[in-house]
Ligand binder design. Structure first.
Ligand code: SF4
Length: 347
């Protein structure tokens, strides 16, 4: 059985799974690194998009804020164009099978594999007391993906190692209990690493270096004007180096392609100041998300509609998840009712 090829979970279209932690309204890093691509994937794949609150509780969080963060991220999902008619959009903890499968995968995953994960080493080195959940985080990720027998997983570079571990877990489980899980393949984000406005590290809310995709134009400008630029541009007419400037890399995502040579040329020639260059960027970001802001306003005015979408998504996900988990338990000898013979031994 183990050398059979596992079929994926989707019907005609291959299945995709991806998740995002509920950190509230999405920011440019979330959008460029994931959401933009997720919207496109809906065209060719059967997609499961999950708000992974069970992952979020392995880090710092405030219980009173978590529900709002889930809701706000769901609004961002829908406002950018994730379509509940085509994709299954849901909250991880609404589908208990995620943690049940994760526990099962705990039984086939060596601790050494978890300890060598770069993210674990990095995050645990910054904590005095390391929760077991931080170590086991990639196992839950493997369960998220394999529960739906997803064939493809859109990921950023920093998640490639975790996806490789998910493939290894699938291989190990399949070898022992018979092939069931496909080995999921990465769809790498085209956007690369999105650097925050401070120019120092990855864009993230915890670093305070983001621009929210639902921010109003004046908020966008207030954030963008703080962006770090080429340090060699001390005076307005100093020639600049767009290739080292994060503002320029954001221009490449939000400024129309035909205007990029002008942004680049004036930077190199020192004929446009950084403030004006940032103003143009802020305007283009605001313009890019005008429709998204409008849809988000509409959704926030009807929170019941958002809740219904998440409830329907969770119900659909649960149906699929339950089938996989039933099969897993059957193969592992964990379904014993109905098998008892008169002697009291399993038949
Ligand atoms: Fe960056 Fe624009 Fe200033 Fe050049 S002009 S350094 S691209 S902000």
């Amino acid at each position: 059985m183990a050398d059979q090829e596992a079929t994926g979970g989707g019907g005609d279209r291959p299945r995709v799974f991806s998740g995002m932690q509920p950190s509230g309204e999405a920011h440019l890093g979330n959008y460029l690194g994931a959401l933009q691509q997720w919207v496109q994937l809906q065209e060719s794949y059967e997609c499961y998009f999950c708000i992974v609150d069970e992952h979020a509780i392995t880090g710092e969080f405030t219980p009173a804020e978590l529900p709002d963060r889930v809701f706000d991220l769901a609004v961002s999902f829908l406002a950018v164009g994730l379509d509940p008619e085509r994709s299954t959009i849901f909250v991880q903890s609404d589908v208990p099978e995620h943690v049940r499968l994760a526990w099962i995968f705990n039984a086939v995953t060596p601790v050494g594999d978890l300890e060598r994960m770069t993210q674990y080493k990095d995050k645990s080195s910054r904590r005095e007391s390391v929760p077991a959940g931080l170590l086991n985080y990639p196992i839950l990720q493997a369960a998220d993906i394999l529960l739906y027998r997803a064939q493809k997983v859109p990921v950023g570079e920093d998640q490639v190692q975790h996806l490789e571990l998910a493939r290894e877990i699938a291989r190990r489980w399949n070898a022992r209990f018979g092939t069931l899980f496909p080995e999921p393949q990465a769809i790498l984000s085209q956007a690369g690493r999105i650097v925050g406005l401070d120019g120092a590290g990855k864009m993230s809310k915890s670093m305070g270096n983001t621009v929210g995709i639902l921010d109003e134009p004046e908020e966008i400008w207030a954030r963008v004007r703080t962006a770090v630029t080429d340090p060699q541009r001390i005076r307005k007419n100093d020639p600049g180096r767009p290739e080292v400037c994060n503002v320029f890399s954001l221009h490449q995502h939000f400024t129309p392609a035909e205007r990029i040579p002008d942004i680049e040329g004036q930077c190199r020639a020192g004929t446009r100041g950084c403030v004006e260059c940032k103003q143009i960027l802020a305007e283009n970001i605001a313009e890019h998300f005008a429709g998204t802001r409008e849809r988000a306003r509409e959704l926030k005015a009807h929170p019941d509609r958002v809740r219904e979408i998440l409830d329907a998504g969770a119900a659909r996900a649960r149906r699929e998840a339950a089938q996989t988990l039933d099969e897993v338990r059957e193969r592992m000898g964990m379904v014993w009712r109905g098998r008892l013979q008169p002697t009291g031994r399993p038949g």
